[in-house]
Design a protein around this ligand. Structure first.
Ligand code: G1P
Ligand code: ZN
Length: 542
């Protein structure tokens, strides 16, 4: 029986950079999930009888919300829901399923790299028919609906068993439980030279892949160990856990410390990689060398033609604004366009759909291509493996060769987490107010040449997104960018992105913190970071 339930609106269901993210207890408030899911459905049109894809990264509360969404999808008229077995689907695998199965859209349950558990983070995100995150037009509609909602529809039915595969019915709707890995693994086999990678492993190549107890464990075991013949044990922390083993499933040098230390130690494997909670981020470390995500994007772009899926070359490269300019140099060399978009994967969707870009990337460990409409952690790892198999050089050799050819964009990001929202907002507002006065200012030995607040004009749909980050350009080419995170769940997180280009051939092997010391000092002096936040140092440096 379908029930219409009266409800009261919440005023804080505004989707951020990537869906709605809150602490689990916040989501557990009465009807909080139901309100948001109904607001998603109320913002869409024409899904009667259509297919919805549903799955998540397995974090705490995943299973409960899967059951709620299933019952609400049935009550709202969807014809079929494809749900990953156990309620699991990595974000890129969900994107692929939406596309390959011609679904109307998908609901992905994840808070990405944020911690999980009864008092940690949860998230709900809606993706459209191209497989990508809903554009702002839809997320704004969802927010508007959520503020005015008075009722939701739900089917009265017992919980479904999610752990088998196959079809069952929920009211008039078919629920199809699918193997979360199969279609995705098949897609990877089409894009990459699995035979060459198998030969690489057969020749004794050693790799460590840290799945961080998150969703990619089953994907990595199947692809790396079963299909590519990497020795058992290549995949570390491969069992998804609701609390990710108590860690942040964030593949950076702080939270993937063990992997980093293993890669820096004597006798390290040839290649180290990790992925985040929902499988869309990647961390790449060679023996004795960490590859900055911005460099990784540039390097993948320069070498993508070595993989069968990209042998035709690239149509263009897109990167988020705070990502370094390393990819720009590759695009220039290849004679293809480079697009600079605001932070967040949703801004790449139009460029990919229009065939204007093939590869996309963000400095926050996200890389992907037009094979899906999300960033894709394992995809990046496999492209790296394909390149390593084709070039038969070490990661270090490949990176250093890249720097010699293109020069090096020294890069670092400093994050100040859980700041008082007011102080953080004031810092940004104040910078924005001073933008026109800043050019010509000298600070920490650097002179500001240009300062602006990034606005993006989408070349495909002509929409404009303003206030996407304060940019300071210094004479000599260094840059500092300031923006507030749109994914945090506690206070505000200030991100400061710093970079400088070194053309080489000398000075290519410095420590980025040292190579950027004056830019870091200038950023602090201009924005008054320490003074305003009371923090002596960033919480996370990547
Ligand atoms: C962060 C990253 C951004 C990424 C997003 C979702 O967003 O900076 O590049 O797209 O997570 O993974 P932020 O917290 O900065 O808004
Ligand atoms: Zn993620």
């Amino acid at each position: 029986m379908i029930r219409t339930v009266a409800t009261t609106a919440y005023d804080d269901q505004k989707p951020g950079t990537s869906g709605l993210r809150k602490k689990v207890p916040h989501f557990q408030q009465e009807n909080y999930v139901e309100n948001f899911v109904q607001s998603i459905f109320d913002s869409l049109e024409g899904f009667e009888g259509a297919t919805l894809v549903l799955g998540g990264d397995g974090r705490y509360f995943n299973r409960e919300v899967v059951q709620i969404v299933l019952r609400m999808a049935a009550a709202n008229g969807f014809g079929r829901v494809l749900v990953g077995r156990g309620g699991l689907l990595s974000t890129p695998a969900a994107s692929n399923l939406i596309r390959s199965r011609g679904a109307f859209g998908g609901i992905i349950l994840s808070a990405s790299h944020n911690p999980g558990g009864p008092t940690e983070d949860f998230g709900i995100k809606y993706n459209i028919a191209n497989g990508g995150p809903a554009p702002e037009r839809i997320t704004e509609a969802i927010f508007a609906k959520s503020r005015a909602i008075t009722e939701y529809r739900i089917l009265d039915a017992p919980d479904l068993d999610l752990d088998g595969t196959g079809e069952t019915r929920l009211g008039d709707m078919v629920v199809e439980i699918v193997d979360p890995v199969a279609d995705y693994a098949a897609l990877m086999e089409r894009l990459f030279d699995f035979e060459a990678i198998r030969a690489l492993f057969a020749g004794g190549f050693r790799m460590s892949y840290d799945a961080m107890h998150a969703v990619t464990g089953p994907y990595a075991r199947e692809i790396l160990e079963n299909r590519l013949g990497a020795p058992a044990g290549t995949v570390l922390n491969g069992d998804p856990l609701p609390d990710f083993g108590g860690h942040h499933p964030d593949p950076n040098l702080v939270h993937a410390r063990e992997l980093y230390e293993r890669m820096m130690a004597p006798g390290a494997p040839d290649f180290g990689a990790a992925s985040d909670g929902d499988g869309d981020r990647n961390l790449i470390i060679g023996r004795g060398i960490f590859v900055t995500p911005s460099d990784s994007l540039a390097l993948l772009a320069a070498n993508a033609h070595l993989a069968p899926g990209y042998a035709q070359g690239l149509k263009g490269i897109a990167r988020s604004m705070p990502t370094s300019a390393a990819a720009d140099r590759v695009a220039a060399r290849l004679g293809i366009p480079l697009f600079e978009t605001p932070t967040g994967w949703k801004f790449f969707g139009n460029l990919l759909d229009a065939g204007m870009a093939t590869l996309c990337g963000e400095e926050s460990a996200g890389t992907g291509s037009d094979h899906v409409r999300e960033k894709d952690g394992l995809w990046a790892v496999l492209l790296w493996l394909n390149i390593l198999a084709a070039r038969r050089q070490s990661v270090r050799e490949i990176v250093e060769d890249h720097w010699r050819t293109f020069g090096r964009d020294y890069y670092t990001r400093h994050d100040y987490e859980a700041l008082e929202t007011e102080a953080a907002t004031a810092l940004i507002d104040d910078l924005r107010d001073r933008l026109s006065d800043l050019p010509g200012t000298e600070v920490a030995g650097l002179v500001i040449e240009r300062a602006d607040d990034f606005a993006y004009h989408d070349p495909v749909d002509a929409s404009t997104s303003e206030r996407q980050g304060i940019r300071l350009y210094f004479t000599g080419g260094a840059r500092a960018v300031f923006r507030l995170s749109g994914t945090g769940t506690a206070g505000a997180t200030l991100r400061v992105y710093l970079e400088r280009f070194a053309p080489g051939p000398d000075g290519l092997d410095r420590d980025p913190q040292e190579a950027l010391a004056d830019v870091i000092a200038a950023a602090d002096a201009i924005a008054g970071i320490r003074k305003r936040t009371g923090r002596e140092a960033p919480d996370v440096i990547t």
